[in-house]
Design a protein around this ligand. Structure first.
Ligand SMILES: Nc1ncnc2c1ncn2[C@@H]1O[C@H](COP(=O)(O)OP(=O)(O)OP(=O)(O)O)[C@@H](O)[C@H]1O
Ligand SMILES: [Mg+2]
Length: 547
């Protein structure tokens, strides 16, 4: 090594310099110049290995003529000195290029170069190529020189490794970015507050938003959603931000014009930082506007068909009593007719029946507004049973048993509508039971404690078609309209509850209504009035069931 060169400073100066370049070749040119300066040599070059092609390319050179550069442009792995150094990872030092048998390319020697050293560019046990030094004087690089050059070469090797990694990363980033940017689906990221921090171009194509403006305006998933979906999302987003994954959440997103909207089905996954904390959300939303439009069309068509069937049923139900009335009136109008009490009775009864059919139908089709208050279930059961015992004209011998288990929590319900539900179930129970007719009504808290279950059980034959009984106009009774259970199902569903039927062995059918328990903060309203239920309950019994 030459006097005055401080090896550590030399290695450092190469290490410091090479971090500053954006292209690998630019960095190599600079590092090579530094190395030549430190070892005081006139010329040098760097070969880089292309592993796939097993071929070395001249990536940087200094002090070599154009002819030498052309000659050294490419080398096969293993070919010549540089090819061997790359293959073995061992440096090669030559005193004079002119008479060394290992030399295969002779232009450098022909141009007067003598002393030569080639060291591998290594990092992490991998060889990336060689760093070659040429001197015009004969010179045998000593052990110390080779160590210094090797140390600098490994800095260069590390920089090449990093640069390649960086380029690979950039290429992969470009690939994924292309995937996201060309996607038909909406892909966006939010921060840990749910604010949109990135949105792909689909945001512009589908919804007319300029992504940049969207970020600046502090838009969130909720603020972009259709007003009718905001409440649902307001409940969901905090759970998403708490780390829960949600798939296929369907909601509408407003267009930037503030008037149109599109339907999306979204999957959201939490983004986590290095500590595992949720740093935001990654959301992919698939446009399902066309599918929704189709579903709505089908639903509308079904609704129309349903309406048509209902109208036919009502017409049919009304035609019989109407026919009886018309016949009776025609008979009464005959010139020879005297006042016939029996015919008058028929007119009155059939008119009652018409009234019941229409009242039932209206109750089913357009239930009165529900005023839900926390209700004491025991009180509900008691009052219904009392009214039932008093009022059932058709069930003279009917008996109703009621059992309420312990102290039950309140349920949120409209008491009149709930009494109507229990009344209809009791009516079916006693109608299904042979004389002496009886049914029993039992209420208890469900196992999970979330609902109060009220069951009406009878000793009849049980139900043969559990699906059909809740359908409007399904009846097996000569005088039934088949609306009793349809009304029950509708009211219970409107209360957020469930109703189901099962056959109990040794007994008959059991209908169970499950109602959600009222939140603890709500106290039972005092004495909800026993006003008229709308169906054939005692208050309306006079125009209710035919006796
Ligand atoms: N407790 C029961 N046991 C056996 N079958 C029943 C029972 N309750 C209802 N069903 C069956 O379900 C049908 C529908 O009942 P639903 O109460 O809707 O109408 P309905 O009783 O026939 O007429 P209405 O409109 O007068 O109530 C009944 O006709 C009957 O076949
Ligand atoms: Mg009924």
């Amino acid at each position: 090594m030459h006097k005055g060169a401080n090896p550590l400073a030399a290695i450092n100066s190469v290490a410091l310099a090479i971090g500053r370049f954006s292209s690998v070749n630019e960095m190599l040119e600079y590092a090579l110049a530094k190395v030549l300066e430190v070892v005081q040599a006139e010329a040098g070059c760097v070969f880089l290995l292309d592993e796939e092609r097993a071929d070395l390319t001249l990536a940087a050179h200094r002090g070599l003529s154009a002819r030498v550069v052309r000659d050294l442009d490419h080398l096969k792995l293993g070919e010549g000195i540089s090819g061997k150094v790359t293959l073995t990872g061992e440096p090669i030092v030559i005193r004079s290029l002119q008479d060394d048998p290992r030399v295969t390319r002779h232009t450098a020697a022909a141009e007067g170069f003598r002393g030569f050293a080639a060291v591998p560019l290594r990092s992490n046990f991998k060889t990336y190529g060689t760093l070659n030094i040429h001197t015009r004087v004969e010179r045998l690089f000593c052990e110390e020189d080779v160590q210094l050059i090797t140390a600098m070469a490994s800095q260069i090797g590390l920089a090449v490794a990093n640069a390649r990694l960086y380029l690979d990363l950039q290429a992969s980033e470009r690939r994924f970015r292309g995937l996201v940017e060309n996607a038909e689906d909406l892909i966006y990221l939010t921060n840990d507050q749910g604010r949109i921090a990135y949105a792909n171009p689909a945001m512009g194509r589908l919804l007319g938003y300029d992504p940049e403006r969207l970020y600046q305006s502090g838009a969130t998933i909720v603020s972009c959603a259709h007003p009718l979906d905001r409440e649902t999302l307001e409940a969901l987003v905090p759970r998403m931000l708490a780390g829960q994954v949600f798939r296929s959440v369907e909601f509408r997103v407003m267009h930037a014009d503030g008037e149109q909207f599109r339907w999306f089905s979204q999957t959201s996954v939490p983004l986590r930082d290095a500590t595992g904390a949720v740093a935001g959300l990654q959301c992919i939303a698939h446009d399902i506007t066309d599918r929704r439009a189709m579903q709505e069309q089908v639903a509308r068509a079904e609704q129309m068909a349903h309406l048509g069937r209902m109208a036919a049923h009502i017409a049919h139900e009304i035609r019989n009593p109407l026919g009886a009335i018309v016949n009776s009136v025609n008979m009464l109008r005959r010139p020879d007719s005297t006042r016939d009490e029996h015919l008058l009775e028929i007119v009155s009864e059939e008119a009652d029946r018409l009234n019941t059919i229409l009242t039932d139908f209206l109750l089913f089709a357009r239930p009165p507004a529900r005023i839900a208050v926390p209700c004491d279930v025991a009180e509900l059961v008691d009052s219904t049973v009392t009214l039932f015992r008093r009022g059932g004209r058709s069930w003279e011998y009917a008996d109703v048993d009621s059992r309420v288990a312990g102290h039950l929590p309140a349920v949120l319900a409209d008491p009149n509508q709930m009494r109507q539900v229990l009344w209809n179930l009791l009516a079916n129970a006693v109608e299904a039971t042979p004389a002496p007719q009886r049914g029993d009504l039992a209420a208890k808290l469900s196992a999970g404690g979330g609902t109060v279950d009220i069951a009406v059980t009878d000793d009849g034959p049980g139900v043969s078609n559990a699906e059909a009984v809740f359908e409007p106009f399904y009846t097996t009774k000569s005088q039934g309209t088949g609306l009793g259970l349809a009304v029950v199902a509708r009211i219970v569903r409107d209360h957020g509850g469930l109703v189901h039927v099962e056959n109990v062995s040794g007994r008959g059918a059991r209908f169970t209504v499950s109602l959600p328990v009222a939140p603890a903060s709500q106290t039972v309203a005092a004495g909800a009035p026993l006003d008229s239920a709308h169906r054939a309950s005692p208050q309306t019994a006079d125009i209710g069931k035919p006796g």
